[in-house]
Design a protein around this ligand. Sequence first.
Ligand SMILES: NC(=O)c1ccc[n+]([C@@H]2O[C@H](COP(=O)([O-])OP(=O)(O)OC[C@H]3O[C@@H](n4cnc5c(N)ncnc54)[C@H](OP(=O)(O)O)[C@@H]3O)[C@@H](O)[C@H]2O)c1
Length: 435
Amino acid sequence: MLTKIGLLGYGNVGAGVARLVKTEAQLLDDKLGWPLSLVKAVVRNLSANRGFASDPGVLTTDPHEVVGNPEIQVVCELMGGIEPARTLILEALSAGQHVVTANKALLATHGIEIFKKAAEANRDVMFEAAVAGAIPVIRTLKEGLTANRIQSLYGILNGTTNHIISRMSKDALTFQEALAESQAAGYAEADPSSDIDGLDAAHKLVLLSALAYGVLPRLEDIHVEGISLLEPVDFAFASEFGYVIKLLAISCLHDGHGPLEVRLHPAMIPSGHLLAGVNGVMNAIMIRGHASGDIFLSGPGAGMMPTASSVVGDIIEVARSHLSMASTLRPPLLGWRNLKAEAVMPMSEALLGYYLRFAVLDKPGVLSAISGVFGRHNISLAQVIQKGQDPRTGLVNLVMLTHRALERDLQAAVAEARKMETVGDTRLIRVEESL
Ligand SMILES: NC(=O)c1ccc[n+]([C@@H]2O[C@H](COP(=O)([O-])OP(=O)(O)OC[C@H]3O[C@@H](n4cnc5c(N)ncnc54)[C@H](OP(=O)(O)O)[C@@H]3O)[C@@H](O)[C@H]2O)c1
């Protein structure tokens, strides 16, 4: 018995997979019971330098030396992007091959089509590496926590933004300084928009929500807010209030039923919480099951070998459970017989605490005028601080923490306060007390 694999893509992750398959051949054989063999790997440029050199004859520019090749049982899609990855995965499934992918952008946008095709073809699509790199969160939700109704899920799902936020928090760097440092260290890409605007983490949140609740939210229904407006002063105020700021992916079911609340934005969390201690490029997920209680997973969320660890784990899983059995009965791919395409709760209905920072003129009556606006919109203030005069503008920071309020009331109050002549720049960060 031999399990033959083909790679679509031999970049960062692909080279890591090739390295593990080759250098850990004996370990994998001991664990699986038979060897793995990397037969072919598809690239665009045959002469580029690779993180781990391939065996002679393995690299090719023709995807159909992998897809539809009857010798290859498992196709690993590690090229990224939507096309041609989508078409090649669909073709591989039609040809009877199992698929392992790390492509969260593709699954978050075309997951339904791909999982439907896999079910029709009675083949697997595994994607542990698509969410939180080396952390086995997919397997935890699909297998370990199957007996649970999941109540909530809170995650730090993007290492680049967590690195930037950690640097801003620890050394009071500006966003631009921390971003430049992350780029120099190789964590942030030259075009970092997908990370810093929250899209990358939102893709992962879509997949985790599908696994946790059997609901695949539409990306465009999710409130997604990035980190580029955060300022060092907000981290300092957060610390004064006993909080840290994190870019948090959140999905929860109130009282165990819908609609699902799904959102991704910077959030203040209590500084003693486990998620608050997750710094640098690390990822973490806190899952609350009705029977299990709180489960906390943390580890490297990206990188060549951590991501390859999850890809090879999936290859072994496919080989172990399916290639070895003649069974035609396959469990649902996302752990649910039916995946519902339900609408998620509109952000305007979220009930949260808020941190608000207004740059205001230091004049009598300003505080009471702003408090009046909030009172009229049913928002009660928990704490108010006024300090830190900007020598250039003469404005002071008026910082407020609210009790829980409806997002739509809060936004209406902020919009009204912004119109006041005495109010300048405004910042809003949500506070997660109930995680
Ligand atoms: N890097 C990470 O830490 C990480 C973590 C989690 C998930 N992922 C996911 O893993 C996937 C791969 O990421 P990566 O960092 O390894 O990317 P990468 O370094 O850019 O590698 C992509 C590979 O795919 C090949 N490729 C791309 N388009 C192709 C096409 N049209 N035809 C043939 N070959 C093509 C490239 O060929 P050339 O080398 O010739 O250009 C390259 O070998 C992505 O979906 C990513 O989101 C990555």
